[in-house]
Design a protein around this ligand. Structure first.
Ligand code: FPP
Ligand code: MG
Length: 298
């Protein structure tokens, strides 16, 4: 039924009656549609469910359009980003159009769903600001990192699951926690993959996060276990374009101190809780989505 969501997004875009926007939309690579998938699995495929899924995906797409401008990212899902193809101004405006149209349509769902989703977009925006601000410093506070990834990534996934539960008349809290945990684990694994995957797989240079100034969970854990010399060295490499030797040093330290395993276990604990919650609801498909997430390639 994901195709119904695709059609709905296309319809929302064509409602705008603007050839340029329609053309730009075709250049936007679709992702995995994780949020839409969750909504459909929780709430079925009635018109208001499909619309909610389409709205959430449009908001998510808008946030990535803006994020690629903010991050100076020239690829998205292994394809050129909209800012790379048409410049920052176009990427920002396309994002504005997609998310404002999403909000317009959100008014037609229900006040409770509108509140859940719009609150998540506030969190998303606050999270992005926090991400950028934190990358200017050398953040070593795990709680601050967790709060930032909650806002930036988990909030919209949490809202997707919660809004779908409301639409389906299911107990909201279990689904909110499921979505929150899934979102946190998703971002943690994304941050791990930035360290463990090669640049061809990632579609961006390896260790890109650290070069950008982002001290994600593995860097926080690594810093904790390094001796004074190691700590000073890691600090000196922060935000630097790393040469081969420097990259190799970071990777060898991660390996020696089993940092990736430790970070992965933290994501896995969140997934295990999510699976337990959905098993209790008899939601096998949702437990399955959570399992798949933790079984991504390392
Ligand atoms: C990706 O993070 C970014 C997000 C999940 C959130 C971005 C949010 C905004 C730009 C706020 C504005 C919101 C709207 C609706 C316009 P990342 O850079 O860590 O991940 P990446 O590797 O996929 O780029
Ligand atoms: Mg980014």
């Amino acid at each position: 039924m994901l195709s119904a969501v695709e059609r709905k997004i296309e319809q929302f875009v064509s409602d705008l009656n603007d050839k340029e926007v329609s053309g730009l939309y075709t250049k936007l690579p679709h992702g995995k549609r994780l949020r839409a998938k969750l909504i459909l699995k929780i709430a079925g495929s009635s018109l208001s469910v499909v619309k909610t899924a389409a709205i959430v995906e449009m908001i998510h797409a808008a946030s990535l359009l803006h994020d690629d401008v903010i991050d100076d990212a020239y690829t998205r899902r292994n394809k050129p980003s909209i800012n790379a193809l048409y410049g920052n101004k176009t990427a920002i405006m396309l994002g504005d159009i997609l998310y404002s149209k999403g909000f317009l349509e959100l008014n037609n769902i229900s006040p409770e769903v509108a509140k859940i989703v719009s609150n998540a977009v506030v969190q998303l925006s606050l999270g992005e600001l926090k991400d950028v601000s934190l990358s200017k410093a050398f953040n070593l506070d795990k709680e601050i990192y967790l709060e930032m990834i909650y806002q930036k990534t988990a909030s919209l996934i949490e809202a997707s699951a919660g809004a779908a539960a409301v639409l389906a008349g299911k107990p909201k809290d279990a689904y909110l926690t499921y979505g929150r945990n899934l979102g946190l684990a998703f971002q943690m694994i994304d941050d791990i993959l930035d360290i463990t995957s090669d640049s061809a797989t990632l579609g961006k240079p390896a260790l890109h996060d650290f070069v950008e100034g982002k001290t994600t969970l593995p860097y926080i854990y690594l810093y904790e276990v390094l001796d004074e010399v190691g700590k000073a060295k890691l600090r000196s490499l922060h935000t630097k374009v790393l040469n081969m030797q420097e990259q190799a040093w970071i990777l060898s330290q991660m390996k020696e101190h089993k940092i990736i395993e430790k970070s992965y276990l933290e994501a896995k604990a969140l997934i295990d809780e999510a699976i337990m919650l959905m098993d209790a609801q008899g939601e096998e498909a949702l437990s399955g989505i959570a399992k798949e997430m933790i079984e991504r390639d390392f």
